[in-house]
Write a protein that binds this ligand. Structure first.
Ligand SMILES: *Cc1c(COP(=O)(O)O)cnc(C)c1O
Length: 426
């Protein structure tokens, strides 16, 4: 079998060889029907599949590709590093440089540890919070996704919600018992839980991205900070999506609220596998080898990932963030107008270059609101957009991602496809 055999043949073979034919569940298109395209190449804002179809890509690898596919600076950085070797299992200059960029950008981080995925970052952040507080219980929010570590799979948002699984099989009840869940934006519930149970941590996506794009209500993040301080819990911001995407200092910079521990991933690896967690010097001193909290990784701080991350972050100046904001606003406006013209009830929610079009007739402030969306209609819309050459994330509960490679013209093509698709499915 060659690399460029057809989508259909690849799909059949993949389903024989891998569960669902995929390496991560949401890629299987179960929520929208049909079969996923097998991607053979990506350039800028576009990808091409094994049948030779081109799409405007609004998945962007689920967030990392803020510079678009195969950005020349990123490719050059990876290539140069690869020629010098791909992994040494010893410290490298790239780690020092990327750590310095992260620490300079995020005032709440004084030291950082690199890992290989967002899952690892969140899992390790919890371990750190437990090590620091000597407590076991953690509070998360329904619809918040923090990777697939056992302790964080309760009410875990998009992928899980899409498959209709309340939780994952295989998570010990004893582990799940230490994970408490309340609705996003429900500060009174947070107060209640934090008063009743000694919490090691409150972990939150400050701008939620895994129940679709959902913003914190005014005062919610400040309230979490207050509750954490009052009860001795640590506040963890999972900025795996929002870090270096919604602004130079992430969601914490945009919202003006600082966490104790930050989880990063996605953008900081520029499309290579990466994650990181960081916080104050005092907290990070608990991490081995300085302290008693063990955490390690063969490929952690991988030189290729560091090179791609550094090259990506160097592209993100003020002009780049202004640009991401502009195209985000352009797309938001175009989609709202398109839906209005088609007479379709939608709710478009956006933070910078993250955006979700909910087929819902009310504002979405939490997972229950998100679940009022008409998922059947989203599925039909998704297929209609795909036929018009626009690749949307295959779930109502995901954000679509824009990149610096999505110019006005590309965004206008997406809007035109949405006008026609919404008209067609009305
Ligand atoms: C993607 C994501 C993760 C998990 O990152 P992986 O690299 O997929 O393990 C964690 N938290 C949030 C908010 C994410 O969006």
């Amino acid at each position: 079998m060659t690399l460029t055999t057809s989508n259909a043949r690849l799909h059949d073979r993949a389903e024989e060889l891998m569960p669902g034919g995929v390496s991560s569940p949401v890629r299987a298109f179960r929520a929208v029907g049909g079969e996923p395209p097998f991607i053979v190449a990506g350039h800028g804002a576009r990808v091409r599949d094994a049948d030779g179809h081109e799409y405007i890509d609004l998945i962007c690898s689920w967030g990392p590709l803020i510079a678009g596919h195969a950005h020349p600076a990123v490719v050059a950085a990876i290539t140069a590093q690869a020629a010098r070797g791909t992994s040494y299992g010893l410290p490298t200059p790239g780690e020092v440089e990327l750590a310095a960029l992260i620490i300079a950008a995020l005032p709440s981080i004084e030291m950082v540890r690199f890992v290989s995925s967002g899952t690892e970052a969140a899992m390790s952040a919890l371990r750190l919070a437990r090590a620091a507080t000597g407590r076991d219980a953690v509070l998360k929010f329904a619809g918040g996704y923090h990777g697939h570590a056992d302790a964080l799979l309760a009410r875990a948002g998009s992928g899980v919600a899409t498959l209709g699984l309340p939780d994952s099989a295989g998570v010990p009840a004893s582990t799940a018992a230490n994970t408490l869940t309340v609705a996003f934006n429900d500060l009174a519930a947070v107060e209640r839980v934090a008063d009743a149970v000694p919490l090691a941590a409150i972990i939150v996506e400050p701008y939620a991205g895994n129940m679709g794009c959902v913003q914190p209500r005014a005062g919610f993040l400040e309230g979490l900070r207050r509750v954490a301080d009052r009860t001795g819990a640590l506040l963890i911001f999972d900025e795996v999506i929002t870090g270096f995407r919604v602004g130079p200092a992430g969601a914490q910079g945009r919202a003006g609220v600082g966490p104790d521990i930050t989880c990063l991933g996605k953008v900081i690896g520029g499309g290579l596998p990466v994650g990181a967690y960081g916080g104050s010097r005092a907290l990070m001193r608990l991490v081995a080898p300085l302290g008693p909290m063990y955490q390690a990784g063969t490929l952690s701080g991988n030189p290729l990932a560091m090179a791609a991350g550094i090259a990506t972050l160097r592209l993100l100046d003020d002009a780049a963030y202004a640009r991401l904001e502009d195209i985000g606003a352009r797309l938001e406006h175009g989609l709202v107008v398109a839906a209005h013209r088609a007479g379709t009830a939608v709710r478009v929610q956006r933070v910078g270059s993250l955006l979700t079009l909910f087929f819902a007739d009310r504002e979405v402030w939490d997972e229950d609101d998100a679940k009022t969306s008409d998922r059947e209609r989203f599925a039909v819309f998704h297929r209609a957009m795909l036929r018009r050459g626009v690749l949307l994330p295959p779930s109502q509960f995901e954000c679509l991602f824009l990149s610096l490679a999505h110019d006005d013209d590309t965004v206008d093509q997406v809007i035109a496809a949405a006008v026609a698709s919404l008209e067609e499915i009305r």
